[in-house]
Design a protein around this ligand. Sequence first.
Ligand SMILES: [Zn+2]
Length: 721
Amino acid sequence: MLLYNTLTRRKERFEPIKPPRVTVYTCGPTVYRDVHIGNLRSYLMADWLKRVLTILGYGVFHVKNITDVGHMRQELLDQGEDKVIAAARAAGTSSMEIARKYTELFLADEALCNILPADLFPRATSHIPQCIHLVERMVQKGHAYLSGGNLYFDITTFPSYGRLSGNVPESLQRAGRTDPDPNKRHAEDFALWKAAEPGREMKWESPWGEGFPGWHIECSAMSLHYLGERFDIHTGGVDNVFPHHDDEIAQSESVTGHQVVNFWVHGQHLLADGLKMSKSQRNDYTIRDLQDRGFDPLAFRYLCLTAHYRSRLNFSFHSLMAAQRGLSHLRRFVEDPLPLGDFRPRGERAERWRTLVREALTDDLAIPLALGHTWAMLGDRVLSSSEKAALLVEGDEVFGLDLARWPEAVREVPGQAAPMRDRRASLRKGGRYDEADALRKGLESQGVEVRDLPEQTQVLRRSRAEWKGRPREISSSRQVPSLLEEQERYDVTVSLVARNNWTDLIRCYRSVRAHGGSRRVQVVIVEGGSRDRCRQGVLDLSEEDPHTLVWLADHPLGEGGFRNVTLRQALGSMVVLLDTSVELTGDIFEPMSRTLADTAVGATGPKGLVSADMQAFEEQEQGPVDAMTLYCFAFPRRILPQAGWMDERFRFYRHLDLDYSFSIRSCGYSIRATPGLPLLFHPHRVWEEMDPPERTRRSRANFYLFYRRWHHRTDLLTRGV
Ligand SMILES: [Zn+2]
């Protein structure tokens, strides 16, 4: 894929540092007020980038920070002004409350735009020790100095300062962009740590007294902490380039001594009626403002699809209206009942359209072009309507307009809702708003959601679970919050998948609870699509035991998806993936944690696999191995940010263990079997109940997935070649 790199000012071929993993850091919001749609445009860009990398087969790990200590601008920082604190004071509440409220609103706004959540949303205030540590290293290396109680970065110690923006210090001075702070040695030096002014609410102990971090330091600290000293892509809006990203480069590279970020990708501004969005212009619309005016949030997403991310885009309600029409039109192509599911048109003509779209997407995210090809494809006179719909839904994996879910939502409107909807539309037309609102309440009590759009009123079915107040079901692992940022609270997290396997599951679960000893053991169970008593059974288990956590999915998420649900919720320092065919007859946790005490070991378990050629694998039950099997697969939680989530294309369980083992190996860890674990291996139900041809077909498909990704990494094999 070609990607424009702000650092080199040209399009470059993108190659990940550790394929198939791609590590991405995005500068997130400062949570003292709503994000406006201009901010959302730059998060949409990161979302499209991520989706394109995903369809290319990469496993993306995405970190987006939350700035909850809010000194955004140098002048304000120098006056000791903090936006989070100021907003809290104005609202008569605490900074923490303000930050929590706007973090929630931000996440909701992203969801409205169908932006896939980042894998991690680390907050600045939970990473103060990392910030302090980084500043200490800069002090040691002579890049920082203390003056007037504050620590500053001395830009003369970093000769390539300004490389990203091209703002070399001389030109800054000429442009009069200098800073009046008398404590600084040079006008362009920037604060790393500031002393707290008297009475300040948000402050922390540091080697330099009570204070708070400078704005730029958190992104260096959190990106290095979660993504390591070299990562693939850093994104942000153009207004982040200077000074924020120039300063981040100075901080991170002066400490590591080398380049940290390979690609810097920046999204251009969204203008509103030709003007920059700002509070003072009162054109800083939020996505909820657009909703209040009757627009679908996804119409805004569509609008952003129509301009390249490196071009300015002008927002107006007129253009939004056109986008809404475009979106409705696309939706009509998928409205008829279609044999979608796994249907993938194969013919030469379909392939040609598919290639055109993909070529556009991989040429520096030329999404408007890809959308143009899609419209042209829909006008193709040879393709059938179901082929068109299938290709459209396929392209929507990147566009993200949620077209696949659309027909389902529309068709399942309860029987009486349609006439009520029409009645409501005519009431509104006649200006009888009170009656229309009463009718809306009636519709909502039937479990449907009413959305008023400029052209029509839509009635969407809410999921049954939500409607009846039952625990919310998930339909993707991404809906489960990632707790990676939280402190470890257990010694062990055991991950179990419940699906039509109640007798096995309960045997396995009871044996885990019986042999946990004095250890704090968290069990995370995910259930989806069972026809036996699994669902009720696991709900009962979670009622009985507060350390048993249950997530319900509305359909089978596949092994990769199921396991990711549990990984996102794991709070134990050792994570143990168990197959429910396994039964513990004694303590397996102690011997495995002894193996993992060696920090060079990234995974362990009873049954390892070794190979000489990445094709044939043999079992080996002790010593260094190439992979660990999913019967019992244990690894330290701390390696998760590096190893990433599991590849959800592995819907069937086989070879997912190989794939994940090699992800761990490619991060530089070894895998070592722990011999003699007290375990019984019962028949593997999924395997036993499957027809032999089906077994072969699904095993082979998964093996290719694994092999395509890893065949060239024979350097990782312990027996080598
Ligand atoms: Zn940042």
